[in-house]
Design a protein around this ligand. Structure first.
Ligand code: UD1
Length: 424
């Protein structure tokens, strides 16, 4: 395989203006595509984002024996009737965290699965004990050996499960297994992220019986089979938030289209508190920045709290806001790796365990930086947009995992940003 090294080069100082359209939600897509393994028929899935993580999960489904076809760039046709493997090798799953959904989908359909422990962004420990606890309650025996998770069940029987930690992945994975299990499953203390509701809506539209997604308790009445059908994925809340923050940070005026404003409430509220103007329409949000942005304190929390996946972007904005902001990471053990890169651009941020103290500076100055992870990379792009001079971002494979044509979308808003191929 030939690796082409690419970088994103941004020349800062342009006030973003115009309109941008948000793609389908990455975190919904990477769950709904494996969920199609449970469907006995053809699913057509629309509004699929054109991102690397989707390509990876599609390759894994094909490896398992599913027939997957891109009807167009954003529409997938999946037929899982010929899936005949229940093993996903490390080489494939290491590329994305969400490959753990293969466990739930394969266990639900075939009552067994062997999947290597997943890769993805490194935010410290990323355990899957709550997923496994749910699987056990439904009748699965689980072992983890040499980096492989093996699950198998004679029979899957509905159960009551209380999650000790509010986990997006565990909530969805248990839902996947319970969909075709015998009897009723009740999961309490579940996560409420918009993409959990989206996965439940997808499964229901294929014939599942899931109630309560989006609240603290989800009830699943197992059904015999799921039939095929059509589904359209919700817009990406984090991509929308990234453009909203970039608009505020550059003192711009941007209409972010194809959003569900309700999903954006915690981000909109913080941007208003910082001093930007946020105007909500039915399915779009306009953000107008100004030169007088001020500090706020933020703690990231499960939805409807402020999303941890927006933490690097908002910290980047706060690095040039007047005053000292305190940002506390409330979801992941370690998610401030990107801060070192912001320091190269002249930010004044101190990190102490789960808390970043951000002392606003007058301006950032362009420099070479690295995208340490997906959302950290988004933070670097925003930093480049506000910094004086040129910022060169390397390791952009992280950005491509989750953002569709990010630099093209920013260019439409007037940004001086381009992708370059490196000589090596
Ligand atoms: C998902 C998102 C990710 C986001 C995160 C939190 C996808 C593909 N990824 O990740 O972008 O940052 O939600 O909004 O949707 N935990 C346990 N045991 C478990 C599972 C999780 O202790 O079995 C802990 C984790 O260490 C973490 C917290 O629970 O501290 C939240 O993790 P979780 O919601 O599961 O995150 P993901 O689903 O992996």
């Amino acid at each position: 395989m030939i690796y082409i090294l690419e970088k994103i080069v941004v020349r800062g100082g342009v006030r973003l203006s115009g309109e941008v359209t948000v793609s389908g939600a990455k975190n919904a897509a990477v769950a709904i595509i494996p969920a199609a393994i449970l469907v006995d028929g053809e699913c057509i899935i629309e509004n699929v984002p054109d991102i690397r993580d989707v390509q990876v999960i599609v390759e894994i489904l094909e490896h398992l024996g599913a027939k997957v076809e891109f009807v167009d760039r954003h529409t997938l046709k999946i037929d899982s009737s010929k899936v005949d493997k229940q093993t996903a090798p490390y080489e494939m799953v290491r590329k994305m965290r969400a490959s753990y959904y293969l466990l739930g989908a394969l266990l639900g359909r075939f009552k067994k699965a062997d999947v290597a422990l997943p890769g993805g962004c490194n935010f410290g420990l990323r355990p899957i004990d709550q997923h496994l606890k749910g699987f056990s309650a439904l009748g699965s025996e689980n072992t983890v050996e040499s980096g492989i998770v093996r699950v198998s069940a004679e029979k899957l029987e509905g159960a009551s499960i209380y999650l000790d930690v509010v986990s997006v992945g565990a909530t969805i994975n248990i839902m996947l297994v319970a969909t075709l299990a015998h009897g009723t499953t009740i999961i309490e203390n579940v996560a409420k992220e918009p993409h959990i509701v989206d996965v439940a809506n997808f499964l229901n539209s294929m014939g599942a019986n899931i109630k309560g997604a989006g609240t603290d308790v989800i009830k699943i009445n197992g059904v015999e089979r799921l039939k095929g059908g059509f589904y359209s994925i919700i817009p990406d809340q984090i991509e929308a938030g990234t453009f909203m923050v970039a608009a505020a940070a550059t003192g711009g005026d941007v209409l972010v289209k194809n959003v569900i404003p309700k999903h954006m409430e915690s981000v909109s509220a913080k941007l208003e508190e910082i001093g930007a103007e946020v105007i909500e329409y039915d399915d779009s949000i306009r953000v107008i920045g100004n030169g007088n942005l001020k500090k706020v304190n933020i703690k990231t929390l499960p939805y409807p709290g402020f999303p941890t996946d927006m933490q690097p972007q908002i910290v980047t904005l706060l690095s040039i806001c007047k005053g000292t902001s305190i940002v506390t990471e409330g979801v992941w053990e370690s998610r401030f790796q990107y801060v070192g890169e912001l320091l190269r651009l002249g930010a004044n941020i101190r990190v102490d365990s789960q808390t970043a103290t951000v002392n606003g500076v007058e301006k950032l100055k362009g420099a070479p930086v690295t995208a340490t992870d997906l959302r950290g990379g988004a933070g670097m792009v925003i930093a480049g947009l506000i910094a004086e001079g040129e910022t060169e971002i390397s390791d952009i494979k992280h950005i491509d995992r989750g953002y569709e044509k990010m630099e093209e979308k920013f260019r439409q808003l007037g940004a001086d940003i381009r992708r370059v191929t490196c000589p090596e």
